[in-house]
Design a protein. Structure first.
Length: 455
């Protein structure tokens, strides 16, 4: 019996057994490693393997986190530092502004002290105020001042600084005023040559300079002479108008002749220069007026400054405090305060004698007693000194020839001798005040030197 042939085909099967076996072996190893303890460490071998594999990743993320945190902290510190620097800069600017303001206030106070010391010799001193603005344009020279009608300032009020007269108020508001400076092209003021006592008129040129006009042809003025503004001729409007009228008629240059068309018909020569003449008045009156004026000017310089012998009373007493004035550095000598009261009392006696009164000595005594050394009392003492000196100066300036030769009641000398004695009296005690002031300053300077040496 024949069987039909059968053809068998063998196809390859996937080798799943090897993969399965490998998986089983891995699981067994993992199971055993999970049970086996790690050498020298806590935990199993599997845990050790996991930690070893994960450790680089953890270190990477930890480093990245620290870098991000450090960058954030650095940025925060940078912003904080910038804010602190800005705060310190603003604080420094504020301190600089405050320092500038304090320095300006100190300068202002020093100027006020000088002005108060010179107040008796300035016309109608109402108060002191800061200069807020100075305007210079096209010949206009003006200033804005921080004082107004609320303090009694009105149009025409003179404006002065410690160095002298500088202008006048033209308009005033409640708290501010505008002043025309003497440098203005349209301003004019009376002036006096300090050395010779001759009078003239100063005019501003609008460019920061002054010209001195209308002085006598025979004037002894020379280069370097000090020219003072005369308070009694403080830029009144009538002076301005008179000067403008004179300029329109005679021209800007008082030394150059100016002619008109009709002059050729009446003049035989047209000289290019002008010959000036001075009106001196009636015979016998000019000598007395000149002598009285010279004595008054000498008295004025003894109180205000530019005296022939040295520092004047105002210059000696500027900056002297009540404590310094009441100090007695020499036990047997008078204090500055006592000398001021003495000069004040006798100045009043001299003035009353010029008026014809019979006065033996001051009512408060030769050297009146000093009050308690307070700032207010010292200011009142200085004010009384300068007011009395100004009153005596004004009285001497009005003396006539007859009064100069009149005998002082109950005395064997005349008014002329009394005025000269008053001048010598002020000079003598001014020297004493100057010496006492130097003695009072030297110990303070020595203390400062010793302090600096111990640092």
């Amino acid at each position: 019996m024949r069987f039909p042939s059968v053809r068998a085909e063998i196809t390859p099967r996937p080798r799943r057994g090897g993969a399965l076996l490998a998986s089983v072996l891995v699981l067994c190893v993992l199971a055993l490693s999970a049970q086996a303890p790690a050498r020298g460490q806590r935990g199993s071998v599997l845990q050790s393997w996991i930690l070893t594999a994960v450790s680089p990743v953890v270190r990477f993320f930890a480093g990245a986190s620290r870098a991000v945190s450090g960058a954030g902290d650095s940025a925060a510190q940078t912003w904080t530092a910038r804010a602190e620097n800005e705060r310190l800069r603003l604080q420094l600017e504020k301190r600089d502004e405050e320092l500038l303001r304090l320095r300006a206030e100190v300068r202002q106070l020093r100027g006020e002290q000088t002005m108060k010391a010179s107040a008796p010799f300035l016309p109608v001193v109402v108060g002191t105020a800061p200069v807020l603005l100075i305007e210079r344009r096209a010949g206009v020279q003006s200033a804005l001042v921080g004082i107004g009608s609320a303090a009694g300032i009105g149009g025409g009020s003179p404006l002065a600084v410690p160095e002298g007269l500088v202008g006048r108020v033209v308009t005033s508001g409640k708290n501010m005023s505008r002043a025309q400076l003497i440098l203005d092209a349209s301003a004019a003021a009376g002036a006096r040559i300090a050395r010779t006592g001759e009078l003239g008129i100063v005019r501003g040129d609008g460019r920061g300079g002054l010209t001195l006009n209308h002085i006598p042809t025979t004037s002894r003025v020379r280069r370097g002479d000090l020219v003072e503004s005369a308070p009694e001729c403080t830029v009144p409007e009538e002076v301005n108008e008179a000067v403008r009228t004179l300029i329109r008629w005679a021209g800007d240059d008082p030394e150059r002749a100016r002619y008109y068309p009709d002059d050729e018909r009446f003049l035989t020569a047209l000289d290019p220069s002008v010959e000036h003449f001075e009106v001196v008045g009636e015979s016998g009156t000019r000598g007395a007026a000149a002598e009285a004026g010279a004595l008054a000017r000498e008295l004025e310089t003894l109180g205000r400054g530019d005296a022939w012998h040295g520092p004047a009373l105002a210059e000696l007493l500027v900056g002297v405090s009540a404590a310094t004035a009441s100090a007695r550095p020499i036990a047997s000598a008078h204090t500055i305060w006592e000398l001021v009261l003495h000069v004040t009392a006798w100045t009043d006696v001299f003035r009353r004698r010029l008026d014809g009164e019979s006065v033996e000595e001051p009512e408060a005594g030769d050297f009146p007693a000093s009050p308690q050394p307070t700032r207010k009392a010292w200011a009142q003492a200085m004010q009384a000194l300068f007011e009395g000196h100004r009153a005596l100066t004004a009285r001497v300036a009005r003396l006539t020839e007859a009064e100069l030769g009149r005998r002082i009641p109950n005395r064997d000398f005349d008014v002329r001798f009394q005025v000269r004695a008053a001048i010598r009296h002020v000079v003598y005690h001014s020297g004493q005040i100057g010496l006492l002031r130097k003695i009072a300053v030297k110990p303070r300077q020595a203390k400062e030197v010793r302090k600096r040496g111990t640092r």
